[in-house]
Design a protein around this ligand. Sequence first.
Ligand SMILES: [Zn+2]
Length: 238
Amino acid sequence: MQNSKVDLSEQVAELIDLMDNAQFVTSLTGAGISVDSDIPDMEMMDDVFGLFEESTLESQPKKFYKAFHKDFIDPIFKTGPNLTHKVMASLEKEGLLKGIVTTNVDYLHELAGAPNVADIWSTLNVNHCLDCGRIYDINILRNDVPRCPVCNGLISPDPVFRHIATLPDQRKMADDWMAESDLTIVTGSNGYYSHTSNQAIVNINPKLNSFDRGAKLVIRATSNEVFQELARQMNLKV
Ligand SMILES: [Zn+2]
């Protein structure tokens, strides 16, 4: 019988070896990495987002924001970035990771201090006033029912209703990084973004997904298990 702990440590050593030999390492992350920050997986997010039309936000703002706080805003502010977000931020600061492309809208990579993040589905750091159009950062969402400090209009979180003014820039940045990358570490992704080119892929996911096929290395573990081991082996301060 295989000892899975030894196995993980060997696989992480192989990942580090691949990183050492790559010129332009990128990371592609999805909902799986935020599960340890108490944010439900993307399917759950779809359930919540799918429940609401923008007209519901306008007609029942209390109802909308109550559900939205419970599932997304409270975990972001109370639990915050987890070990994976922190290790990735540290790798970026060390120059070992050139950029993080994420489909997550929770802004946890930035809150962990990562300098280079392409938020291809926008983030909760972009929120519009429905009346005057002013944009506010994530802190406006700390209010129970956030309203515009200037005109008292209701605040609508960008990623929920897809205003997404910033999206084309973020997409281009993501595509440029992926074109240049010779190694992409895919972590907790559901495969919604798959614009990788010919680079080597390492797929970290407890479950089988579309990145398994063609991956140079598949690690069947949660992101925190892997990045904890990686930080240990690399002596990274997190
Ligand atoms: Zn306003």
